[in-house]
Design a protein around this ligand. Structure first.
Ligand code: GLP
Length: 242
């Protein structure tokens, strides 16, 4: 694991943008895996800036998002499709047909999860995957005690995650109880992974990841220690306890 410590959230975002820029400049047809949440917002703003300055061209890039809430339509303001459209897709020249976000409103999920997985494989796999992390160590929506080899699947969200994510909804009861998520197996197949960790509320996660060095399904982000090309980028607030 490569560890990059930065002063601020802004610097973390810039550092991550540099990595994406290099990947796209080396391969204009790069396949990216993308995350939602507040952490990658600064990174997405950097990418939009670089696009506006003519540094980046997304016309041949393809993207696959990590996850989506079950039951939320793409128009729902808290759906991850809505988030991606508004915070990234509509501001750059990605082709709409090249941006995949798992659907939260399918009828046959066995079939759909299999198709999502096959779509990523058919594209050649993810060249670079951007990850944030949940306060309980989940990545995408792979909650504690997830299976290492899992493919895209439906998961029951934990009470902790529902509580933490309720800040985006009017009340806790509105938070969907299930999500569709790339599995740990899908994530581990990405050629390169960048994990972003920022803010005080992630300091216990960073501390545990860097100091405990223990791989356990109970702390899904620890699986990343087995990947051969992971860069962890964090800010000073996140290393409060180190
Ligand atoms: C959600 C997403 C994760 C994300 C996490 C952290 O649960 N499914 O992909 O990493 O939230 O979000 P934030 O960056 O807002 O802390």
């Amino acid at each position: 694991m490569e560890i990059l410590r930065n002063k601020s959230y802004e610097e973390v975002s810039k550092e991550a943008a540099k990595i994406i820029t290099k990947v796209i400049q080396e391969n204009p047809k790069a396949i990216l895996g993308l995350a939602t949440g507040s952490t990658p917002l600064g990174l997405y703003n950097e990418l939009i800036k670089e696009f506006n300055e003519g540094i980046l061209d997304f016309s041949e890039v393809r993207t696959f998002n990590l996850d989506e809430y079950i039951g939320l339509t793409p128009e729902h303001e808290q759906s991850y499709r809505f988030f991606m459209e508004n915070n990234l897709f509509k501001h750059i020249n990605l082709k709409i047909e090249n941006c995949q976000v798992p659907s939260g409103v399918e009828v046959d999920y066995d079939k759909y999860c299999d198709e999502y997985e096959k779509m990523i494989d058919a594209a050649g796999g993810m060249d670079l995957l951007i990850l944030g992390v949940g306060e309980n160590g989940h990545i995408a929506f792979n909650e504690p005690n997830t299976r290492l080899g899992s493919a895209t699947h439906i998961i029951d969200l934990t009470e902790d995650t529902i509580k933490v994510n309720s800040r985006f909804f009017r009340s806790e009861v509105e938070v969907p109880r299930q999500a569709i998520t790339m599995g740990m197996g899908t994530i581990m197949k990405a050629k390169k992974i960048v994990l972003l960790l920022t803010g005080k509320n992630k300091s216990h996660v960073l501390n545990r990841l860097l100091n405990e060095k223990f791989i356990t399904a109970e702390f899904p982000v620890s699986f990343l220690m087995m990947h051969r090309d992971v860069t962890v980028i964090f800010d000073e607030e996140a290393c409060g306890e180190i």
